[in-house]
Ligand binder design. Structure first.
Ligand code: HEC
Ligand code: HEC
Length: 465
């Protein structure tokens, strides 16, 4: 079973504290004064706890097993969803990178948009559905999730800390009597990890080629392909990527986070066995009644539809992810259904013009099956067959699907089907050319941290000319 094996290896190869230190020093090498800030006591606790496998039920998994510092604190493999500490069950969502989360505002149904123009909408918060309001509250979720770190109780977690090598450091940071009350100690652990994620430079190194470019530093010359990709990325009439993956200043002044912190429903294909040769369908999707609908549940519970057939505008919405370090990932979107950046771009481009590339068809077509492009999830399609579009959402919940450029014909502003923006007709021409897609992928490659300008600029290669 390839899936179990590769994930188990990921767990075994999971890191010790060394990884974080390496990436922190990488980033320091790009700044004028290579000085590592001293971490506060809580952050020092967090730095040990983040790598502590004793904080899992099976004593075999730390935060870093899934959020590996060598992979921008994302998963160290390309499987869609990771195996948990019990080594038999997998999770239900792709593991996000933990980089550049320090500016994420608290979740609100009515959050302002950093662009200052777009009207308020759901925004902020942690997890794909924003159900963790703060970074410290988030920490409880993986610790107690049976599909992840699988601890039986808060007591079990606190016991592991109290019996660990860093118990004294923990007392020093949070008070001599911190272990007297389970809740106090458990919450302190959350604060420790939040402090690490906020303070440690390795969580926000800003050491990509893009950073050199934006701040006009030596080595920051983008190639012609990367520059064309940047232009397409920003073009509201073509790719419109920055319409959601916002590159301007965010609420705390940081620029280039590549998210406006909002939630959108893009209609990603269901990651299940309806995809031929799917290397890793999500086991939960074997139940035809199960739908991961993001803001409207099932893991978030405050926006559940009144009944499965009552349309609920929150259904299908997931957080706009930070795109920094995206080229280092092996699976994409909340359900990990895509496995390359080209595939993601091709999905944006042809979700509505060629839904037969992405969604399964009913057996009612006529004529000879035709081969789909190599990047399509469905390898063949039969002319005339009915395509089960948007198959990861119940029919009643497809009304909030995004039809902005490049997915639909909308040009920003309105995001609902009801108000003017429309799906592109099946069979119509996609908006991006293959060259534009290749260029955007090159631009996304400039967002990877740890960039060292080469001594001699390359003269040949995919992203040069
Ligand atoms: C078994 C794999 C796994 C482990 C171990 C794990 N996580 Fe995660 N992490 C995930 C997944 C999957 C998500 C997305 C979950 C969701 O959206 O419901 C996530 C999301 C997050 C997020 C939210 C990021 C965002 O973009 O909003 C943070 C922060 C986080 N994890 C921190 C941690 C910390 C701290 C630990 C250790 C206490 C940890 N994780 C352990 C898999 C894991
Ligand atoms: C309407 C808002 C919107 C637009 C426009 C948009 N995106 Fe996204 N993007 C999202 C959302 C929301 C997700 C997560 C969807 C999900 O998981 O279901 C996402 C996910 C992604 C991912 C996967 C990242 C990961 O970590 O899994 C990539 C890559 C990406 N977008 C790139 C682009 C590019 C390139 C463009 C322009 C062609 C673009 N996006 C346009 C909202 C948008």
């Amino acid at each position: 079973m390839g899936l179990a094996l590769s994930v188990a290896l990921g767990v075994l190869a999971g890191c010790d504290g060394g990884g974080a230190a390496t990436s922190a020093s990488n980033s320091a090498s790009n700044s004028a004064t290579p000085r590592k800030p001293v971490l506060s006591l809580p952050a020092q606790v967090g730095q040990v706890a983040f790598f502590d496998r004793n904080l899992s039920g099976g004593k075999n998994m730390s935060c870093a097993s899934c959020h590996d510092p060598q992979y921008a604190y994302g998963p160290p493999n390309s499987v869609s969803v990771q195996l948990g500490s019990d080594l038999t069950q997998t999770g239900v969502r792709a593991v996000p990178s933990l980089r550049y989360k320090e500016s994420t505002p608290a979740y609100s149904d009515d959050a302002p948009n950093p662009d200052g123009v777009t009207s308020n909408s759901p925004g902020g918060g942690f997890m794909w559905d924003g159900r963790a309001t703060t970074m410290s509250a988030q920490v409880a979720l993986p610790l107690l999730n049976p599909l992840e770190m699988n601890n039986a109780s808060k007591e079990a977690v606190v016991r592991a800390v109290r019996d660990g090598t860093y118990a004294d450091l923990f007392r020093k940071a949070f008070g001599a009597d911190v272990f007297d009350h389970t809740d106090v100690a458990f919450d302190a652990l959350g604060k420790a990890i939040e402090a690490l994620e906020t303070e440690d430079l390795s969580f926000h190194p800003y050491s990509s080629k893009y950073d050199l470019y934006v701040f006009n530093k030596i080595g920051g010359n983008l190639t012609p392909a990367e520059l064309r990709g940047e232009t397409v990325f920003h073009s509201s009439g073509v790719a419109n990527c920055s319409g959601c993956h916002y590159t301007g200043a965010s609420f705390n002044g940081n620029t280039g986070l590549m998210t406006d912190f909002t939630y959108q429903a893009l209609g990603a294909p269901r990651n299940d066995r309806s995809i031929p040769n799917n290397p890793d369908p999500i086991p939960a999707n074997d139940d035809p009644g199960y739908f991961d609908m993001g803001l409207c549940g099932p893991y978030r519970i405050d926006h559940a539809p009144a009944s499965p057939d009552t349309a609920d505008p929150y259904c299908g919405m997931f957080k706009v992810p930070v795109l920094r370090n995206v080229a280092t990932r092996g699976s994409y979107f909340h359900n990990g259904v895509f496995h390359s950046l080209e595939q993601v771009l091709d999905f944006y481009n042809t979700r509505d013009t060629n839904p037969e590339y992405w969604y399964p068809s009913r057996n009612d077509g006529t004529g000879a099956p035709k081969a789909n492009p190599p990047w399509a999830l469905q390898p063949v399609s039969v002319p005339g067959a009915t395509v089960a579009k948007y198959n990861d959402l119940p029919a009643a919940q497809q009304g909030s699907l995004d039809e902005e450029m490049p997915l639909g014909t909308g040009e920003g502003g309105d995001k609902t089907l009801a108000s003017g923006t429309r799906p592109r007709p099946a069979g119509s021409a996609p908006v991006m050319t293959p060259q534009q897609i290749a260029d955007v992928v090159c631009f996304l490659g400039t967002l990877s941290d740890g960039y060292q300008p080469p001594a001699k600029p390359p003269t040949d290669g995919r992203c040069v000319k």
